[in-house]
Design a binder for this molecule. Structure first.
Ligand code: NAD
Ligand code: AKB
Length: 341
């Protein structure tokens, strides 16, 4: 008989770190199976039932998971983020699309075998949007899930396509099979804004300038910011992002009419980051040295998103606005992290 568990791919990443410890706290009885191409720390390993160093593109490994476990939920976090995927587009496509397909198939196979739905939590991104100019972006304001979907990066295109794949697995999978399937993949995606964690440093993303500025100031190091002071994006604390994933996971399927939800907390400029950081670290040195190519990507992402569906259907509400995020969540943890360094 297979062992009941939850699967977290990309568990060694920023969201994975927070998610593993929150799941362990909230549901200590849960068996967490974690997979990442990079080894997890000893502390992370201790919180999991099994940790696997492996690649989601390895179908033999995915088959082994299917044979041993019966996953009630799959948190599919493994991905190549926007900057790295722009530098290595084929790798980005392989991991972000083929990797996601492997995991969707794992869920579908398991749902068929057990007759029970498998929840599939997918962190999509504001990169799924593509606004043509910075003027159009500022005029558009809070964009809805169905607007401005001409993504311009490999990563954004991958995210948008995987949302569509998820919709297919959720609603139309094998629709011409004469036999009705009992279980299916219950796909749920959140289009996350830029996330800010106090305990991990981002790598490979484009919204990284916000968190990077804070981590560098806390270490007393100068920071060259690759976007102009006016660059505006929606951001959120990692704590709120994890709350959102867990809240969406626990919402009864009957309450959900969408498969993809925006969520928002605060929309700020790079200058806003600088000013709030400067209050705490008056000696912080931030040089605004825009890289026009990376800036173009930020300009194509929305300044803010409309999260009415998430608020209405699964009670999404952010806990941290910008000021509170720094005062109560980010600065205390960052100070602890770099104390004595
Ligand atoms: P991250 O880069 O910190 O973590 C991704 C993890 O995936 C890494 O630990 C990496 O080693 C692992 N990975 C990459 N390729 C793999 C492969 N082939 N097989 C197994 N593991 C592999 O990113 P994150 O910030 O933790 O993001 C997690 C998810 O959330 C991603 O899907 C990302 O696109 C999405 N997301 C993140 C943000 C953000 O601001 N952090 C915003 C929107 C969406
Ligand atoms: C990135 O910049 O790639 C991510 C994201 C917003 O999806 N942080």
């Amino acid at each position: 008989m297979s062992t009941k568990a939850v699967l977290i791919t990309g568990a060694n990443g920023e969201i994975g770190h927070g998610l593993v410890s929150r799941l362990r706290e909230q549901r200590p009885e849960l068996r967490i199976v974690a997979i990442d191409v990079h080894p997890l720390s000893k502390e992370m390993k201790e919180q999991c039932h099994e940790t696997i160093i492996g690649d989601i593109l390895d179908t033999t490994l995915v088959d082994r998971l299917a044979a041993f476990y019966d996953f009630e939920s799959i948190y599919h976090l493994a991905a190549i983020l926007s900057t790295k995927a722009e530098r290595e587009p084929v790798l980005g496509h392989r991991v972000n699309v083929d990797g996601t397909l492997n995991l969707l198939e794992l869920g579908a196979r398991q749902a068929r075998a057990t007759g029970e739905n498998v929840k599939f939590l997918f962190p999509s991104s504001i990169a799924a949007y593509g606004l043509p100019t910075v003027e159009a972006k500022m005029k558009a304001g809070r964009v809805k899930e169905s607007e401005w979907l001409d993504a311009r990066t490999m990563y954004g295109i991958n995210k948008k396509y995987c949302e569509d794949l998820g919709r297919y697995y959720n609603w139309y999978y094998r629709q011409i099979d004469p036999q009705t399937l009992t279980g299916h993949v219950d796909f749920r995606a959140i289009r996350f804004p830029g996330l800010i964690s106090a305990v991990t440093m981002p790598t490979g993303g484009t919204s990284d300038y916000g968190p990077e500025m804070m981590h560098m100031a806390a270490q007393g190091k100068p920071y060259d910011c690759f976007v102009p002071e006016t660059a505006t994006l929606p951001f959120m604390t990692m704590a709120d992002a994890i709350n959102a994933l867990l809240k969406l996971e626990s919402t009864p399927a009957k309450n959900l009419t969408q498969v993809v939800y925006n969520i928002a907390a605060f929309s700020v400029t790079a200058r806003d980051f600088y000013e709030i950081i400067k209050k705490e670290y008056p000696n912080a040195v931030v040089n605004f040295k825009p890289d026009p190519l990376r800036q173009k990507i930020v300009d194509s992402w929305p300044a803010d998103v409309d999260d009415t569906w998430a608020r209405k259907e699964w009670g999404w509400a952010h806990e941290y606005d910008f000021q509170r995020a720094f005062d109560e969540y980010l600065l205390p943890a960052v100070k602890r992290r770099y104390a004595g360094k």
